[in-house]
Design a protein around this ligand. Sequence first.
Ligand code: SF4
Ligand code: SF4
Length: 100
Amino acid sequence: MQYGFYFNGRRCTGCKTCVLACKDLHDLPSSIAFRQVYEYGGGSWWRQPDGTVTQDTFCYYVSVACNHCGNPACVRVCPTGAMHKDERGLVSVDAARCIG
Ligand code: SF4
Ligand code: SF4
């Protein structure tokens, strides 16, 4: 089995409520966020001879956390086996085996 995580970038407004919900669930301190939301923007605008303005600006958001990859690089390189993938396809770390 392989659960997946679906993020619909067309609907994300960058409100970061998902970041706060994750912090609340895991009772994280203010300095740590397992999920992060990034904003990407660019483009420019220019005035036409007739006085109107043309632009090609854009802005979108991406909500990022672990993707629980099918063939996770983190599991392959972990020297202690702390990073592992379970029968549901979820990737997690065994804190007792992690050497930092
Ligand atoms: S994915 Fe996160 S940042 Fe985007 S709209 Fe939903 S809660 Fe807000
Ligand atoms: S931490 Fe591992 S499973 Fe998660 S996105 Fe990175 S490589 Fe994939």
